[in-house]
Design a protein around this ligand. Structure first.
Ligand code: SAH
Length: 350
């Protein structure tokens, strides 16, 4: 069989692996053994599957490949943030970021190579979407950062956020498959409550996640609760009016009882006026929620500027007066272009 035509074995479910062995005259449990090597032990080479006979390993070798990621470059910020350039099997590159704080280490993972959306303030939007990441490529980023967290900070990963490159809900099937692997005991065994999926706000997909009884957290990149302002920042939002977004979030809350987090970059002269604040407060009355006010991270063009600190404070006090919890996300890893919205691997193909 031509090597390039061989299937990536990690695209198979455990049931498919079991079937493969039965069809090849072996026993189904062999599939479980292989699954464990692939997902729990993270083996990248059939020869390393030491409880299989040589003929079984040869059988696998002649039918499959094990695609895997490689950390191509690692940069460490003075605040401890680590940015990884991750090389994929087809030489494309994505980035992922490990963010340590006093109490947590959070992995920020990518879901696509580039992005098909057009958020004006985000560096990733400058790279066209080249392809979706496979479930194993998303999973591998998490495994790599879990190892980094243990190595550099002496503790396992505590949280995972899908806030790297790409729009996770436009790669839904692989997103869910990767979360399954992260949470299953045969994988990393992490609690889904420590995972947050961040979306630019695609109502149909938010409802699908609610129907699928997602157990992880949902963050929505809102940035404005005024339709015209939001469209100016995120032109695709024209297709998803705020009303529709709001009702999909209500649906999410009814089905999951989990409050949504709104991500909100405050930009000078764009969304820092009283009318903007009032609109956000109103929008927040839709369902229980939390607001994460984000400092704008420059992306090399001068179109946008970070709002003055007193504007952020004005947002916070208005939210507080309406009993809406808010936090301010201060930039991390800015010196190495690892902060929110700065992921745009300067050389995509290396
Ligand atoms: N596509 C998803 C996830 C990736 S973006 C989403 O839109 O949510 C992760 C977060 O970073 C989003 O909230 C995004 O709006 C924010 N972000 C993008 N560019 C930014 C910038 N230049 N400064 C600060 N935050 C930014």
């Amino acid at each position: 069989m031509d090597k390039d035509k061989k299937k990536d074995i990690r695209s198979l479910s455990i049931a498919e692996l079991r079937d493969f062995f039965v069809q090849n005259g072996d026993q189904a449990f062999r599939g479980n053994q292989v699954y464990q090597w692939l997902w729990q032990k993270g083996i990248h080479d059939f020869r390393g599957m030491t409880n299989l006979s040589k003929s079984t390993r040869d059988l696998l070798e002649s039918n499959f490949v094990i695609n895997h990621i490689a950390i191509d470059r690692q940069q460490k910020s003075k605040d401890g943030t680590i940015k990884n350039a991750i090389k994929l099997f087809d030489q494309l590159v994505v980035e992922s970021v490990l963010i340590p704080t006093a109490t947590r280490t959070t992995a920020c993972v990518s879901s696509q190579v580039g992005c098909s959306l057009d958020c004006k303030f985000c560096a990733t939007s400058k790279i066209k979407r080249m392809r979706n990441l496979n479930a194993d490529e998303i999973y591998d980023q998490v495994v790599a950062m879990d190892q980094q967290s243990r190595y550099y900070y002496d503790r396992p990963l505590s949280n995972i956020v899908f806030m790297g490159m790409g729009e996770p809900l436009m790669n839904y099937k692989n997103l869910i498959a990767s979360i399954d692997k992260i949470t299953q005991p045969e994988g990393l065994g992490m609690s889904p409550s420590r995972i947050t999926v961040s979306t630019s706000g695609i109502p149909k997909m938010i409802m699908k996640m609610a129907d699928d009884e997602a157990k992880f957290g949902l963050a929505v990149s809102l940035h404005s609760a005024i339709q015209s302002v939001r469209e100016q920042l995120m032109p695709f939002a024209e297709k998803f009016p705020l009303e529709e977004l709001g009702s999909s979030i209500r649906y999410w809350y009814e089905k999951t009882s989990r409050p949504v987090t709104y991500e909100y970059v405050v930009l000078k002269d764009i969304n820092d006026k009283e009318a903007d604040i009032n609109a956000l407060v109103d929008f927040c009355k839709n369902t229980p929620c939390k607001v994460n006010l984000i400092e704008y991270n420059p992306i090399g063009e001068n179109e946008f500027l970070q709002a003055d600190n007193d504007k952020l404070m004005a947002y916070q006090s208005a939210l507080e007066a309406n009993r809406i919890t808010s936090t301010i996300r201060r930039s991390r890893g800015k010196d190495i272009d690892a902060a929110c919205g700065q992921l745009a691997n300067k050389a995509v193909k290396i």
